[in-house]
Design a protein around this ligand. Structure first.
Ligand SMILES: Nc1ncnc2c1ncn2[C@@H]1O[C@H](COP(=O)(O)OP(=O)(O)OP(=O)(O)O)[C@@H](O)[C@H]1O
Ligand SMILES: [Mg+2]
Length: 287
């Protein structure tokens, strides 16, 4: 059987000569913008984005989560909220930003649409609109998280490149690893993005985690010259699909949640803005 690293190398090409200059990671002094991304669908991007927003809010930060899966929005569904066309009303200037925000779990959420024909027909430049929305309100937040859709469409790639950080959610699947590599490749060749973060979801053991990290980060470094900051791994939890969202978002105190808390805390300490005043975190034991 072909090794995953060989498979990745088989479609690697040299960076394009007209690539934009490399953009490295820096520590911003204001709001930090993070995309939760990964080429493949169903790897846990929305779940991670929601839990990360909740953890950051719990640690005292002001957080805005934007659902950038603009017409297949899942954030409200996972929170058990009713669906509506508020996002379209924001886009069509019928409502203000503040009227469209839902406050849940200590953070602000801007959900998007679910099969809106208006949005589908509109052909709006959603990347530009989302950047405008964030730019107008980022001073109100310490963190803005973008829950990005699967795939490599131009609007999503642009949003990823625009963010200060990208958290790439990958699973041990060969297709997920390959799709993540493709995402990093496009970001590097078209936008000069040289650094990304990696969160390995649905791992079954440490060996599997190490294997994904090595395969992906080494191939990315060797063939794209990009750096991968490994945030950690999340175990595949043994709960039914119906019970998953409740487990993921609500349950506290389990080893799984302590691990997630620690990953977010370390990320925030290392990459959070220098000048934000963080309230004391809600007491949680960290292992
Ligand atoms: N750590 C995990 N353990 C077990 N199941 C998980 C885990 N993470 C995610 N899942 C399962 O994967 C499903 C998809 O998760 P989620 O919607 O967050 O993925 P996504 O990447 O946002 O998907 P999409 O590409 O469709 O937006 C969850 O509803 C859950 O059933
Ligand atoms: Mg999603």
């Amino acid at each position: 059987m072909q090794k995953t690293s060989d498979w990745l190398m088989s479609f690697t090409t040299q960076p394009r000569p007209n690539a934009r200059p490399a953009i490295g990671l820096s520590k911003p002094t204001t709001c930090v913008k993070v995309s939760i991304t990964g080429g493949k669908g169903g790897v846990g991007k929305t779940s991670v984005a929601l839990r990360m927003a909740k953890e950051l809010a719990g640690q005292g930060h002001r957080v805005l989560l934007l659902d950038c899966d603009t017409n297949l929005s899942n954030t409200a569904i996972k929170l058990g909220l009713p669906l509506d066309d508020t996002f379209w009303k924001l886009l069509s200037a019928e409502k203000d930003f503040r009227d469209c925000i839902i406050r849940r779990e200590g953070f602000d959420l801007l959900p998007a649409c679910n099969g809106s024909v208006d949005l589908f027909e509109s052909q709006l430049a959603l990347d530009e609109i989302i950047i405008d929305i964030v730019s107008a309100h980022e001073h109100e937040y310490d963190w803005v998280l973008l829950d990005c859709p699967a795939g490599l469409d131009r609007a999503s790639i642009t949003l990823n490149a625009w963010c200060d950080h990208r958290v790439i959610v990958v699973t041990p699947d060969k297709s997920s690893i390959t799709d993540s590599y493709s995402l990093v490749k496009i970001l590097q060749t078209r936008f000069g993005i040289k650094e990304n973060h990696l969160l390995v979801n649905m791992i079954q053991n440490d060996r599997q985690f190490q294997k994904v990290v090595m395969t992906l980060s080494e191939t990315i470094e060797n063939f794209l010259g990009c750096r991968t900051h490994v945030l950690g791994g999340l175990r595949k939890v043994d709960v039914s699909a119906e019970a998953f969202d409740t487990f993921f978002l609500s349950e506290e105190g389990s080893e799984w949640h302590k691990n997630f808390f620690k990953i977010v805390q370390q990320f925030a300490e290392k990459w959070g803005a220098g000048n934000i005043s963080v309230r004391p975190a809600v007491e949680q034991e960290v292992h």
